[in-house]
Design a protein around this ligand. Sequence first.
Ligand code: C2E
Ligand code: CA
Ligand code: CA
Length: 813
Amino acid sequence: MMRVVGCITNQHDPRLLVLAACICLLACFTTLTLVARAERSRADRSLAWLAAAAAVFGCGVWSLHFVAMLAFMPGLEIDYRPGLTLLSILVATCGTLLALLCSRLPLSRAARCALAGAALGASVAAMHAVGVAAMEVPGTLSIDRPQLAWSLCVGIVLAVIAFLRSDRLSGMRRRLEVSGWLAACVLGVHFIGMSALSITLGAGGIGTNPTGSGLSAQGGLGYGMLATGVGAVSLVVLVTSLAATLMEQHLSDRTMLELQRLRLLSSISREVMIIHQDGLILEVNAAGATLFGEPVEALLGRQFLDLFSVGSRPGAYAQMTHGSEPQAPAKLEVRVRSGRIVPVEVACRAIDFIGRPATAVALVDQSERRRDAETIRHLAQHDALTGLPNRLLLHERMIHMLASSDAQQTSVALLHVDLDRFKTCNDLLGDHGADLLLGELAARLTAELRASDTLARIGGDEFVILCAVQEDARQVAALAGRLLQALGQPFELDGIRIEPAASIGIALYPDDATGQAALLRAAGTALREAKRETPGSFRFFERGMDQVLHERVELEHDLRLAIENDELELHYQPLFSCSSGVIEGYEALIRWRHPRRGMVMPIDFIPLAEQTGLIVPIGEWAVRTACIEASKWPARQSIAVNVSPLQFRQSNLPLMVADALLSSGLPAHRLEIEITEGVLITDTDDAIRTLSALRAQGVRVSLDDFGTGYSSLSYLSSFAVDKIKIDRSFVRTLGQNEGAGLLVRTIIELGHHLGLTVVAEGVETPQQLAMIQGKGCDQVQGYLLGRPTRLEQGEPPQRPSERQPELQSEDAD
Ligand code: C2E
Ligand code: CA
Ligand code: CA
């Protein structure tokens, strides 16, 4: 130790010593700054930073050595061999690099530091040795080997300490501390090493080079030149590299700040953000980690294309290789960690990422949107109540089915199912109950069908079945039969039992129609025929049906305009008193004077008016017109107006009748409303309410076509009516068989027993009249006594006097 101190204090120029120490400290600090930078860089960049650090340290150690050498016995003229001098720099630099690399080996911390420290200490000592070997002294150089070994040990120990302390170099204090340890290492090796040297002067004696310039006589580097050169170069190199490093650090700190800001922003985004450079992923946000089910670190450094499903890779590649122009988002699929394929929308954009060109990619998870789209599509194509396909989907399926039928030369059947009396079911069960009924009926239909058949709900109580015909029409007929039977099973809800019924119209493709619209129309026509003829049955479409339909459509169109165009008129048929032969009233019977068809009878348009609902305005017109006309007749004559079931069910019928009476001035007791038994069977409670409301006004009610309905007699006692009209079918058979006469007599007697007026209609022959009179009937009506005729100038169509004699004569028989 004393030797070392002596070496420093006695043999060195103190100014140069200070310079050497400064260079050493500066070099160490710069080195550590570069090492810290290397630690924050990516693996590929890190090596470059380490190499730079090694070069700076190497140069620094080298400079220290030579400046210190110059400070060593300045009076002594020492030359340096250029080759070895340069080699010494190389030794220091490469040794340092080796040490730095060792410090990064995947070993325990202690092992790493020991190895790196040993390498560094050894390389400093080696540099020192080569530097000494480069010296040419005027005498003999002798070395104290134990002292030299001691210098090596000191160097290694201090270097190990420096590495052990170099874990958090980003902090300035730590960096200064470690710089101190390193500098101590370098200075220690140097000065202990120098104290191991001694020079025995030879013949040349001690010579000086006062000018300090130029080469020495031996061709080595002279003292002055070396002093100036090494000092200046070292300082310049060190100061410049330190400045550059600090500047770089400042910039990179800013970049880090920017990067942090970028990360913060992208971490809040719900969209997946990826930054890649030539396909290598540099950044991924938290949403990306969530989508891919992997931590961000696992995604960094991966290939961008690997994120995509195999099928989407070409698309992703196309997006990747776009120019700087932003591309329209592409719909692709990524494969996440669980193996699930997720649909995404990918948008790429070229960006400048921390000073280098890169691509920013936004991925939007489309799963939810796709699910929503599917839900919307399902809702758009299905009926919300039953979940069955709706009209829209039916059309789509029809297109496919008809096309495949064309291709395979097979037939397709379309069954149009319509529930009968659904309104009644609705009234009985209520809206909720009716919904349940529809759901149940849909299930019953489904149960009868094959998976390949389509069952669609196309209206409130309308279903359509589309199925391939595998054999022939008989197979379809069998299916229709099964469907009707299934639908007809009783349905019970909250104690209410309903026996649903339906009618089915069937059309076959391509026999009955050439396209889907025509096929639907044909099935609809067949359905209407089924409903018209026998509700609760099925019918196949037949040629000619469409002609009927066509006419019907035309008729319906004309009928809508009939009231407006004043084409309707009432004819009046008289009702005679059987006893006096006096006309006691008239029945108003509607006619339609059609501009082209001529006179259309009610049988040809009343059913149509019923089906289309046109009966409501037409019936109202009949009631109002009849009241106005009758108000002009003699007070003893009444007017009977027919009211159809649909019209009767209108809740405002009593109100309308009251208004007709009020506005015409006809007393209520002169108006008779004729209803049929059908009215009473359905909606019994409502019917009773309406009847009561009418009768409360004083209006009388007749039961028309009596005897043709269901269990007619039982109704008489339960319904409040004033009159029954024996249907003309009974009158016609009078005289033909015994039973008919008996039946008519029974009806008359029963009516009288209940206090009702009894009318016989359809009396065509004097015999019929005689028999009716004989059985005690109250009134008669028929062609024999008077046909329905038009009104002439406000007068009743036929004057009683004209018919009275006939009646009386019949009476007299
Ligand atoms: P309805 O109420 O049974 O009317 C009696 C029908 O028998 C009338 O036929 C009448 O012309 C016909 N008739 C009368 N006497 C005889 C006879 O001796 N022999 C034969 N064969 N027929 C006779 P019309 O006028 O063709 O009316 C047919 C049906 O149309 C009516 O049957 C009625 O149900 C309905 N109707 C007529 N006018 C109206 C109306 O204004 N409103 C409603 N809702 N229905 C009406
Ligand atoms: Ca009638
Ligand atoms: Ca009748």
